[in-house]
Structures are given as structure tokens and as C-alpha cells.
Design a binder for this molecule. Structure first.
Ligand code: SAH
Length: 192
């Protein structure tokens, strides 16, 4: 993931210095429970927010520079989050399981083949009954460029057998993309 690592030499547009509003909402509604894995955590704002709410959190990202920045924030804020350089396509070797997984902006960068490996790994790293929350670009996003556009049908196809889709709702990312706020889906999916 060289491209992402290079992006973290500066401040990429998604790296907004605060948690995504949907992650805040999920925490406040009590939907995010117990131990949390933040997959593709970037510089860690969502992880750090959930840790401050009392969750035990691990954040993983394949970009070493993102993890370096996340660790620095954790030290500065006296927060206990375990940030690791780790590939989201190798979740089965994490060596532990979690109650919840959050994904803010990772799913929409994966290829069709990668989605298959990713969902298999998620099933291994989540406890039965645990939930996966994904925030991704939606097919309602009209602008060019950026990550892939995701349809509700693609989410349902990736998380078929072994999963229950609790909801897929329309929302927006809290970032600016080509001068406007991108259309997104937030989905809650239980590992059955
Ligand atoms: N969750 C963060 C970052 C979103 S950008 C936020 O909300 O700000 C997507 C992130 O996924 C980037 O940090 C990128 O480095 C990471 N990523 C991309 N492919 C990955 C992979 N295969 N394994 C782990 N992280 C990956």
C-alpha cells in the first residue's frame, strides 16, 4: 500500500483530525460494544475516540506512516490503543477475537477478490454475535475520482452466508472530496 503511505507524508483529505460522525453516533447509541478492532485505522482518530469512551481498542493499518502518527497521538493523549502495521487481508493471524470491528473508508478501496479474503478474515476475528460496522463511499456519489462507489447489493453480496445485515443507511463522510461532502453508506452487519 505504497500510495497510502505516501499520502500520509501530508494530511490526506479523509484525515480530518477528529472521529467520523457515524462512529460517534454508533458509540453513543451503544451499538459498538466491548473490544474493538479498527481496520484501516489511518492516524487513529476513530480508535482514540472509542478508547476514550472506555473500549479496549486495537487499530491496524498497512501504512507504516499512518501507524507512526497514530502512536504519537496515543502518547500525546495518554491513550491506550494498540496500533499495529498489519494487512487487513490477513485478519485470521491477529491471534485474538473482538466484539466489534469498525471500518471507516477501507472496504471501498478493496478489489472484488480482496473483498472475499477480507470478509473471511472478518468472520474469524469477530466473536459470534459480534458486529462489523462499515462506512464507505456510495453509488450516489456523483463526482469523479476517489475510491470505488459501492452499491447496497455489493455489500449484501459480500456479507451473505454467515452474516446478518442489520441495516444499510445513507449518510455522508465528514470529509471534503472535490469540494463537497461525499455520499456514503453506513452498514451494521452481525457475524452469526
Ligand atoms: N479509517 C481511517 C483511514 C481511512 S483511509 C479514517 O477514517 O480516517 C483507508 C485506510 O486503509 C488507509 O489508512 C490505508 O492505509 C488503509 N489500507 C488500505 N489497504 C489496506 C490493507 N490491505 N490493510 C490495512 N490497511 C489498509
Amino acid at each position: 500500500m505504497g500510495w497510502f503511505n505516501e499520502a500520509y507524508r501530508g494530511t490526506p483529505p479523509w484525515d480530518i483530525g477528529r472521529p467520523q460522525g457515524e462512529i460517534v453516533r454508533l458509540a453513543q447509541s451503544g451499538e459498538i460494544q466491548g473490544t474493538v478492532l479498527d481496520v484501516g485505522c489511518g492516524t487513529g482518530e476513530n480508535s482514540l475516540f472509542l478508547a476514550a469512551k472506555g473500549h479496549e481498542v486495537w487499530g491496524i493499518d498497512s501504512a507504516p506512516l499512518a501507524i507512526e502518527k497514530a502512536k504519537l497521538k496515543a502518547r500525546e493523549r495518554h491513550a491506550k490503543v494498540r496500533f499495529l502495521v498489519h494487512d487487513a487481508l490477513d485478519l485470521s493471524d491477529m491471534g485474538r477475537v473482538f466484539d466489534s470491528v469498525i471500518d471507516s473508508g477501507l472496504f471501498h478501496v478493496l478489489s472484488d477478490e480482496e473483498r472475499v479474503a477480507y470478509s473471511r478474515g472478518l468472520a474469524k476475528v469477530l466473536k459470534p454475535g459480534g458486529r462489523y460496522f462499515v462506512l464507505c463511499f456510495s453509488d450516489k456519489e456523483p463526482n469523479d475520482g476517489g475510491p470505488r462507489r459501492i452499491t447496497q447489493a455489493e455489500i449484501r453480496k459480500t456479507f451473505g452466508e454467515g452474516w446478518t445485515i442489520n441495516y444499510i443507511r445513507e449518510t455522508r463522510f465528514d470529509s471534503t472530496f472535490n469540494g463537497h461532502v461525499p455520499f456514503a453508506w453506513i452498514a451494521s452487519i452481525t457475524r452469526t
